[in-house]
Design a protein around this ligand. Structure first.
Ligand SMILES: [Zn+2]
Length: 472
C-alpha cells in the first residue's frame, strides 16, 4: 500500500510537474505572440504615419549640367509657351507721367522702370501730351487662367504721332526692347456740300468736317468775307477735304482742305490748295492770287461789331467826333490776333486807349489795338509777330464803357476804314505757277464730280433735314 501509495505519490508529483511545464510553455508562447503583435502594430503604425501624415518629399534629380539661370528660364518659357494676352487702355492725365500710368495699372515698379528705361533709349516719354492713349499688355501661359500667378506684365504701346506706333515689349526677366512701327495711312477724300442756315461753322460740321478743320476753313475765308456782316441764309458751302485712315480703317488723322468755295449773296469765293516746290502750300483764287492778304478782316474771334468807323457821338465824352477805327465787343479775355505779320512799334499804356499795341506791316500799313486787358507773354516793342499770332486779350482799360477791342488800320500814318480796304494778296502766281494751278483745278474738279455721284451727295441735303435725322 505504502509502495502503491509511494508510486502513486511519485506519479502524482510527475503529473503535477508536467502540468506546470506545459503551463509555463503556454505562457511563453503567449508572451511571444503578444510581443510580435506589438512590434507588428508599431511597424504598421509607423508605415501608416509616414504614408498619411508626412508630406511627399521631392526626389532629388541628379544632373551633371548646372541649373539654368532664372532669366534664361524666363526667355525659354516665353519662347516655348504659347501665351495668351490681354490689354487695358489708359490715358496720360494732367501732371501725370507714363510711370504713374503704369503704376495705376498695377504694374510692379521694378518691371515698369525696366520697361521705361528701354523706352528712353528711343523716345523721350516727357514729350507725351495729356490724353495720350497707352495700351498696357499682360500675358499668361495658354491654359492657365487669366488671374493666375503666372500672369505678368508684357509691355505697352502707344501712337505718339499718326504715322508711328511705339511698342515696348518684354524679352525676358526684367528685359524689354522697343520696336518702332510705321503705320501706313491711306488718304480719303470727302465732300461737304451744304446750305448755310445759321453759321459756316454749323454748316461745315454737318458736312462732316472736324472742329479743327472748320477753324481752318473760317480762317481761309476770313480774308475775303466778314462773317458777321456778310453771311445770308441760303449761302452755300462746298469743301473737298481729306482724312487719313490706318490699316484697321480707323481715323488716324485729319487731313487738309483741298478746295473750298463759299457762295455768298450770289458771289462765289473759291480757293484751291497748291503745294509749292519748297514744301509750303497756299490757297489761291481763280486768278492765282493767294487767299492770304496782308491783313485779316477781323483780328478777334466771336466778336460783335459794336461801333463803326466814322463820325459818332462818343458814349462817354458825350460829343460827336471821328471814330478812327472799329469797335468789336467781346468777352473780357478773348484773344486778339495780329491782323498781319510785322514788327511791334508800340506796346504799353496810351492814355484813353489804355493798354495798347501798334504793329507796322509792309506797304505802309500799320494796325493798332486798344483797351486790352493784357498782352501776350514775352511780347515787347521791336518784336516780330506773325499774322494770326495772339498778341493780347480783350479788356476795358483806358476810356471804355465795357470790354471791347478798338481796332485801327493806318495807311501812311492816316487812319482808314478797315472795311473799305482792298488789302493786297500776300502772294501772286507767275505763269508757271498759274499752269500748276490749272492742273490742280482740273484734278480737283474731276475728283469732286466722282464724289458727288456716290453717297456723299447725302451731304448736300439742306442742313435742317440732316440735323433732324441726327436728333432722332
Ligand atoms: Zn473805338
Amino acid at each position: 500500500m505504502e509502495d502503491a501509495q509511494g508510486i502513486n505519490g511519485q506519479a502524482e508529483t510527475e503529473r503535477a510537474d508536467a502540468a506546470l511545464l506545459a503551463q509555463q510553455a503556454r505562457r511563453r508562447r503567449a508572451r511571444l505572440r503578444f510581443n510580435f503583435a506589438v512590434i507588428a502594430a508599431l511597424i504598421l503604425t509607423g508605415w501608416l504615419a509616414s504614408r498619411l501624415l508626412l508630406p511627399d518629399m521631392p526626389k532629388p534629380v541628379l544632373s551633371a549640367k548646372p541649373a539654368p539661370s532664372h532669366a534664361t528660364l524666363a526667355t525659354q518659357w516665353a519662347a516655348l509657351t504659347p501665351m495668351q494676352r490681354d490689354h487695358q487702355t489708359d490715358e496720360l492725365r494732367a501732371g501725370g507721367s507714363l510711370a504713374a500710368l503704369l503704376a495705376r495699372a498695377g504694374i510692379n515698379g521694378v518691371e515698369a522702370d525696366a520697361a521705361l528705361d528701354a523706352l528712353r533709349t528711343q523716345f523721350d516719354p516727357r514729350t507725351l501730351k495729356i490724353g495720350q492713349k497707352v495700351r498696357i499688355f499682360e500675358e499668361w501661359p495658354a491654359g492657365a487662367s487669366a488671374d493666375s500667378a503666372a500672369m505678368r506684365f508684357a509691355g505697352f504701346d502707344f501712337i505718339p504721332e499718326p504715322r508711328q506706333r511705339l511698342i515696348v515689349r518684354r524679352t525676358g526677366h526684367l528685359s524689354f526692347d522697343v520696336v518702332k512701327q510705321v503705320r501706313p495711312l491711306s488718304e480719303r477724300f470727302f465732300l461737304a456740300d451744304t446750305l448755310i442756315s445759321s453759321s459756316v461753322y454749323e454748316a461745315a460740321r454737318s458736312g462732316g468736317m472736324s472742329p479743327n478743320l472748320v477753324v481752318e476753313l473760317i480762317r481761309l475765308f476770313s480774308f475775303s468775307i466778314d462773317f458777321q456782316r456778310d453771311m445770308r441764309e441760303g449761302d452755300q458751302l462746298e469743301v473737298l477735304y481729306t482724312r487719313r485712315f490706318d490699316e484697321n480703317n480707323q481715323l488716324a488723322e485729319e487731313g487738309e482742305i483741298i478746295f473750298a468755295a463759299l457762295t455768298n449773296r450770289g458771289k462765289r469765293y473759291a480757293y484751291w490748295r497748291l503745294a509749292h516746290d519748297d514744301g509750303s502750300f497756299a490757297y489761291y483764287d481763280e486768278d492765282g492770287r493767294s487767299v492770304q492778304r496782308l491783313l485779316m478782316k477781323t483780328p478777334v474771334d466771336g466778336a460783335r461789331l459794336s461801333s463803326r468807323f466814322g463820325m459818332r457821338r462818343h458814349p462817354i465824352l458825350g460829343y460827336t467826333r471821328l471814330h478812327r477805327g472799329l469797335d468789336f465787343a467781346a468777352p473780357r479775355g478773348t484773344p486778339i490776333y495780329a491782323a498781319g505779320s510785322g514788327t511791334i512799334v508800340a506796346l504799353g499804356r496810351n492814355g484813353d486807349f489804355g493798354k495798347y499795341i501798334r504793329i507796322r506791316h509792309r506797304n505802309g500799313y500799320e494796325t493798332a489795338y486798344a483797351h486790352m486787358n493784357g498782352y501776350a507773354r514775352r511780347l515787347k516793342k521791336g518784336a516780330k509777330v506773325k499774322q494770326g499770332q495772339i498778341i493780347g486779350y480783350v479788356g476795358s482799360t483806358g476810356l471804355a464803357t465795357g470790354p471791347h477791342l478798338h481796332y485801327e488800320v493806318l495807311r501812311h500814318k492816316k487812319p482808314v476804314n478797315p472795311r473799305d480796304l482792298d488789302v493786297p494778296p500776300e502772294r501772286a502766281l507767275n505763269t508757271a505757277g498759274l499752269e500748276k494751278l490749272r492742273n490742280a483745278q482740273a484734278a480737283i474738279g474731276s475728283r469732286m464730280n466722282a464724289l458727288a455721284t456716290n453717297d456723299n451727295r447725302l451731304r448736300s441735303l439742306p442742313r435742317r433735314n440732316l440735323s433732324a435725322a441726327q436728333n432722332r
